[in-house]
Design a binder for this molecule. Structure first.
Ligand code: NIG
Ligand code: FE
Length: 419
């Protein structure tokens, strides 16, 4: 067994046995000072007061790490990314600064279609290679579990290629990867201007059956937005996905309110994501449900939007809230989840503890991983981060800094800061 000792502040998130947290329970993270954890590759054996743990397990320890009085937390969970892509889109970044909107660029054939062209022209190995680096960056930001979507292929061959690349990466990188099929990310060029229904039929008749048969995805997601897939389109696609045994997610009410949140709840989706423009009705429906609101304030920040998702109201009304980077080459080119926590605190008025809950146990819930990760709970995976910080508040406080010292995944050190 291994020992992580002399932890100054241990943020366990082990409230209610490591289960999802709502409302003011999001502010009960389970803090222990002067703590230690005993673990092995199979999982967490015990945690508690440093001296008590040492006297109980001291004889069985084969290796130990001295945290030197630092903060230790569960490994971070990033539950919404588009981390597999080729090339970058900084020209669109400048076009937005000069006044164009994200949707205007998309309508001109830029945006998602820009990345689609590059992904279609890449081989599977090129895709894997260009993405691998990103997972190392995620580790440097403390992320030990990540959801990754397809959605830059937009035809059968290239969507399968993306999902196979994600599968290959799963066996190469340290993180647990949860794969999501997002064939309905955009209407491809060859189906414009009038072929949207034909494309939806292609998703339902050809893509979904293959994705399900080859077990390439756990979730199906749809970009439900004005000018892309409307609520009716999204319902058709998600119902078909449900029929194939996939769990559901939805990009909902990001820029305009279209009733995406209500649709997600109606279909028992595990999460509805974005919600910058969610309606009052959407908030109350979501708050009374078990569907998680995954908020992506880094995207609103990077697109220069004035409006952020109503995190305060969602939490106060009882919704399950998580945070994610939305890491992608267009609207959010960052893997820095701690920075997203800072933005959530300053722009959406989430407290530091709420932000922590949102990137650990609630994020794990939003991708159906809460039984395995997201809290320091006996029996869960030994996924920890040792921070160059004294307490949990310092992580969103030192915004944009890199404070990760050591990352442990399934009991093994997988990343260490080089001094
Ligand atoms: O979640 N909104 C749709 N999808 C992504 C953006 C993808 C892209 O621009 O490449 C998002 O923001
Ligand atoms: Fe997204």
């Amino acid at each position: 067994m291994y020992l992580l000792e002399r932890i100054g502040e241990l943020l366990t998130m082990d409230v209610e046995g490591g289960k999802v947290l709502r409302s003011n329970r999001m502010s009960e993270p389970g803090i222990i000072n002067n703590a230690a954890i005993v673990y092995d590759e199979q999982g967490i054996v015990a945690y508690g007061d440093n001296d008590t743990i040492l006297s109980k397990y001291g004889d069985e320890i084969v290796d130990s790490i001295d945290a030197g009085g630092a903060l230790v937390t569960p490994g971070l969970v990033d539950p919404h990314t588009h981390a597999v892509f080729v090339g970058t889109r900084e020209l669109e970044f400048e076009m937005r600064i000069r006044g164009m909107s994200y949707m205007q660029i998309a309508q001109m054939g830029g945006g998602i279609l820009n990345s689609t062209e590059k992904v279609r022209n890449a081989t599977l190995d090129e895709l894997v290679q260009s993405s691998q680096l990103q997972f190392n960056r995620m580790l440097s930001n403390g992320i030990t579990t990540v959801e990754v979507k397809s959605g830059y292929g937009l035809n059968l061959e290239s969507e399968l290629k993306m999902l196979r690349a994600i599968k290959k990466l799963s066996s190469m990188v340290a993180q647990d990867i949860v794969p999501t099929f997002l064939g309905a990310h955009e209407i491809p060029q060859e189906f414009r201007p009038n072929g949207k229904d034909d494309y939806i039929q292609l998703i339902i008749d050809e893509m979904l059956p293959r994705v399900a048969a080859e077990k390439l995805a756990k979730f199906c997601d749809v970009f439900c937005e004005a000018g892309v897939f409307d609520v009716g389109d999204s319902r058709r696609i998600l119902n078909a996905a449900k029929g194939k045994g996939l769990s559901l997610k939805l990009h909902a009410d990001e820029i305009e309110s279209t009733g995406g949140a209500e649709l997600g709840v109606d279909l028992s989706a595990r999460s509805v994501d974005h919600l910058g423009a969610i309606s009052e009705i959407g908030i109350s429906v979501l708050a009374a449900s078990d569907t998680c609101a995954v908020l992506l304030p880094g995207t609103a920040f990077f697109l220069g939007l004035e409006k952020y998702a109503p995190a305060r109201k969602l939490i106060d009304d009882g919704a399950i809230v998580a945070l994610a980077t939305d890491f992608n080459p267009g609207s959010s080119p960052t893997t820095n989840l701690p920075l997203v926590m800072s933005i959530a605190c300053t722009q959406m008025k989430m407290t530091p503890l709420e932000a922590w809950t949102a990137v650990t146990i609630n994020a794990a819930y939003s991708i159906e991983m809460e039984e395995k990760v997201g809290s320091i709970t006996e029996g869960k995976q030994a996924d920890f981060v040792v921070w160059d910080a004294e307490n949990y508040r310092q992580i969103p406080y030192f915004y944009g800094e890199s404070l990760v010292d050591i990352v442990i995944k399934k009991g093994k050190v997988v990343w260490r800061r080089v001094c």
